[in-house]
Write a protein of this length. Structure first.
Lengths: 112, 115
């Protein structure tokens, strides 16, 4: 049973384009949603979202969460070749311990 | 400040052998997680430690997998009688107590290849 679903699975764009990555989830005891960028092996943290409708922004990247419709989007404007990576969405839930569910990721390729 | 470290970075082993993977979390981080990532797959949760105890072992794929953490710091993931399907990158992450608890810091991973 898929708890976190990301789309598209892969995306190829040209430098300067704007992209929107999607993450939908179905979990109980939702705590937060996190976005990570994975270029080689280790993912690096981008955003943590806990409240609906509040945009988080960092440079050309922004993200927002909709807890009613159970999804989040990650936007990247004016893409650069350095944005090429796999973008992972994770959902943290309240459980007996910390529990995180990851999506399979969206592979983004930015070509010059 | 050192980040999460893992060793070895690469491990090639023969089917049926046991392997031990090590994770050194960031100092002071009480929570520690093990994940694995197979080719083309997302991260698969294996086990979570809070201090030395593992309240959630639900992700361990079989009884060939075990993990321990001593002194609330270093953790080892042991895979016994390795199988080819165990080939993957094994990632460790740690997080600090308090408001940043959701943010996990990942190590560089161990790439395991079972021949």
């Amino acid at each position: 049973e898929d708890k976190v679903v990301q789309s598209p699975l892969s995306l190829v764009v040209h430098e300067g384009d704007t992209v929107t990555l999607n993450c939908s989830y179905e979990v109980t005891n939702f705590r937060s949603l996190l976005w990570y960028k994975q270029e080689k092996k280790a993912p690096t943290f981008l955003f943590m979202l806990t409240s609906s409708g509040i945009e988080k922004k960092s440079g050309r990247l922004s993200s927002i969460l909709d807890k009613k419709e159970l999804f989040s989007i990650l936007n990247i404007t004016a893409t650069q070749t350095g944005d090429s990576a796999v973008y992972l969405c994770a959902v943290a839930v309240w459980d007996t311990g910390n529990q995180f569910y990851f999506g399979t990721g969206t592979s983004l390729t930015v070509i010059p | 400040g050192a980040g999460v470290s893992q060793s070895p970075s690469n491990k090639v082993t023969e089917k049926g052998k046991d392997v031990e993977l090590r994770c050194d979390p960031i100092s002071g981080h009480t929570a520690l997680y093990w994940y694995r990532q197979s080719l083309g797959q997302g991260l698969e949760f294996l086990i979570y430690f809070q201090g030395n105890s593992a309240p959630d072992k639900s992700g361990l794929p079989s009884d060939r997998f075990s993990a321990e953490r001593t002194g609330g710091s270093v953790s080892t993931l042991t895979i016994q009688r390795t199988q080819q399907e165990d080939s993957a990158v094994y990632l460790c992450a740690s997080s600090a107590p308090g408001t940043s608890e959701n943010e996990q810091f990942f190590g560089p991973g161990t790439r395991l290849t079972v021949l």
